[in-house]
Design a protein around this ligand. Structure first.
Ligand code: FES
Ligand code: FE2
Length: 322
């Protein structure tokens, strides 16, 4: 049982005995206590800490102790649907769970199709979790996502990265539906990117020298290299604060074999350094935008259309709610 918060709503994820991952609103149907407050393992039921109502892992109400008074319990699996946990639509893609709170999103496989069509040849079943690093940032989550996808700042903010792949080698950014994308071919490997790590098996020659970035609107992003996948999630904590998680996955033995330990450490350190540079600039973006004279800015016709698209998507969904 894994409690999470999605857009301010407490949600709990659980893997049932049937192996299916489900999401529920993490709230007891009696008087609204949060059901699960920490990661719990090997539980067969949800039990509310308040008056011990219990629910199956599929969300069905099981027992309400003393519900009818004294020693009079409700143990008949009441058919009252209002007493079952409220399930939330979710989809699992590889190691990642996507939740749709209003249940209105299109089928997830269609939602993510503009990404999956670019991943032919990468066998994601080979991915093994390496490590994750977390950051608290004093900036809106959208600035973090924009910074992740736009490489325009690289020559200025990340000189090392620029020497690995220069600005002229970076392809124009593209977007389609809920997906933003950029990428490049690189000419050389680099220790900070984890030199010597195993590659995806049977990768084409072209993809052995390729890095691709994707954002799946709103806040799930990742980049794919021949030897790793790095997932980036920006979680809003308020209008001017967010939390970033960077989760690093390696290929096959690369995820755990001792011989790759220093390469993995190099990747991790690189992410720490790189992201610290980014956080500094993201927080300055937040600060600058407090100016009453910021009017939306003047955009580069080459680098910034993808950010315009991100803005349009945000406006569309916020507009629908207001
Ligand atoms: S609030 Fe959960 S059992 Fe009463
Ligand atoms: Fe950056």
């Amino acid at each position: 049982m894994l409690p999470v918060e999605i857009a301010g709503s407490p949600i709990v994820l659980v893997k049932g005995e049937d192996g299916v991952i489900r999401a529920f609103h993490n709230v007891c149907r009696h008087r609204g206590a949060k059901l699960v407050a920490e990661n719990l393992f090997s539980r067969k039921t949800f039990v509310c800490p308040n008056h011990s109502w219990s629910y199956s892992l599929k969300g069905q109400l099981l027992v309400r102790p003393h519900f009818y008074g004294g020693d009079s319990h409700d143990v008949n699996h009441s058919p009252c649907h209002r007493a079952n946990l409220v399930e939330v639509r979710c989809a699992v893609w590889h190691d990642w769970v996507f939740v749709n709170l209003d249940g209105e999103a299109k089928d997830f496989s269609l939602y993510i199709e503009p990404i999956t069509r670019h991943l032919t040849g990468y066998d994601f079943s080979e991915l093994g979790f390496g490590d994750a690093i977390e950051f608290e940032i004093k900036a809106n989550w959208k600035l973090a996502i924009e910074n992740f996808i736009e490489p325009y700042h690289v020559f200025s903010c990340h000189p090392w990265l620029n020497s690995f792949v220069g600005m002229a080698e970076r392809e124009p950014l593209t977007f389609e539906d809920h997906v933003l994308r950029c990428g490049y071919n690189f000419q050389k490997t680099d220790p900070a990117r984890g030199e010597g790590l195993p590659y995806f098996p049977n990768l084409s020659a072209e993809k052995k020298n390729r890095g691709d970035w994707f954002v799946l609107f709103p806040n799930f992003a990742f980049e794919v290299f021949p030897d790793q996948v790095d997932v980036f999630i920006a979680t809003p904590l308020g209008v001017d604060r967010c939390h970033e998680t960077i989760a690093i996955y390696f290929i096959g033995e690369g995820a755990h074999a001792v011989e790759y330990a220093s390469a993995r450490e190099g990747v991790l350190k690189n992410w720490q350094d790189l992201n610290s540079e980014d956080i500094g600039i993201i927080e300055r973006m937040q600060g600058g935008r407090a100016s009453e004279r910021f009017d939306g800015g003047v955009l580069s016709p080459y680098w910034d259309p993808v950010l315009q698209h991100f803005g349009r998507l945000t406006y569309h969904y916020l507009g629908e709610q207001n």
